[in-house]
Design a protein around this ligand. Structure first.
Ligand SMILES: C[S@@+](CC[C@H](N)C(=O)[O-])C[C@H]1O[C@@H](n2cnc3c(N)ncnc32)[C@H](O)[C@@H]1O
Length: 262
């Protein structure tokens, strides 16, 4: 939420005196839509009507997002938002637009991709194409893991031999995009610390759930090789900041904003 507000504020700050009509948004890799809530809420507070396109390949997540929308409608909210759901990957969605070149392509005021670029086949190509789908002064907003959080994911990827995942970190992608789109305005925000003391208590349910969350694997302590569990614990200890008795894991995220210039 803080990041979204900042995104909107950056716009106002950077282009003082101008007002943006951020009424067309698209969300890539939305999952069940929870990360969309603050964005829609921020936009709806400022604009009368919003066209909101969702690109999410997972059928279950799409139907959960639709349920979320229905529950908001029941409560009299989001009635000014017109949702378009696309059950495809971003690569398929972009291909569809390219195949349909004769038709006028919708351009967007806001495009956001939160924690899904890890899954893209070729993130830099996707991001460049998304950038060109922005209207003038439109914003492409990307969030990814960063720093120790990202290093932990790479470690898990190596342990489980999953080369298809996580080949991109937030920093790598940011640098590539900076060289490809030098004129786009960039701003990054780091956030989020997690107190992980409980993770080191083997029998703690909360601690084990937290480890599962950090490594993104269910029942990690029960199912992983002992050496892998030890390695992850060592990694957490090494990367933690200490505040009194608290061990704080810097589960930072990087939010990158590209603003489409003229
Ligand atoms: C980790 S979730 C992130 C969900 C949400 N944006 C958030 O921040 O909580 C990643 C989502 O990306 C979707 N996804 C995977 N591959 C994708 C692709 N090629 N194009 C678009 N979305 C994709 C997955 O189905 C999943 O819902």
């Amino acid at each position: 939420m803080e990041a979204i507000d900042t995104v909107i504020d950056i716009n106002h700050f950077e282009f003082a005196g101008q007002h943006y009509i951020q009424t067309e948004g698209t969300a890539i890799g939305s999952k069940l839509g929870v990360s969309d809530i603050p964005i829609i809420d921020v936009l709806i507070n400022r604009f009368q009507r919003i066209d909101y396109t969702v690109v999410e390949p997972d059928e279950v997540e799409i139907s959960r997002f639709k349920e979320l929308v229905a529950s908001y409608h029941e409560n009299g909210k989001w009635n000014a938002v017109d949702f378009k759901f696309n059950m495809v990957t971003i690569e398929q969605y972009l291909q569809r637009l390219e195949d349909n070149v004769a038709a006028e392509t919708t351009k967007f005021d806001v495009i956001h991709t939160q924690h899904c670029a890890y899954h893209f086949q070729n993130p830099e190509i996707v991001f460049e194409k998304l950038y060109w789908l922005l209207k003038e002064n439109g914003m492409l907003f990307n969030v990814m893991d960063f720093g120790a959080w990202d290093d932990l994911a790479v470690k898990i990827q190596q342990m489980y031999n999953m080369p298809e995942m996580k080949s991109y970190s937030a920093a790598t992608l940011r640098e590539i995009m900076k060289s490809r789109l030098p004129e786009a305005y960039l701003r990054t925000i780091l956030c989020r610390n997690i107190k992980v003391n409980e993770c080191f208590k083997e029998d703690s349910e909360e601690g084990n759930e937290m480890i599962d969350f950090l490594v993104q694997l269910l029942d990690f302590r029960k199912t992983a090789l002992e050496e892998n569990v030890n390695e992850v614990e060592e990694f957490l200890k090494k990367s933690c900041l200490h505040s009194g008795r608290d061990m704080i894991f810097p589960a930072n995220e990087e939010a990158t904003v590209f603003v489409k210039s003229k």
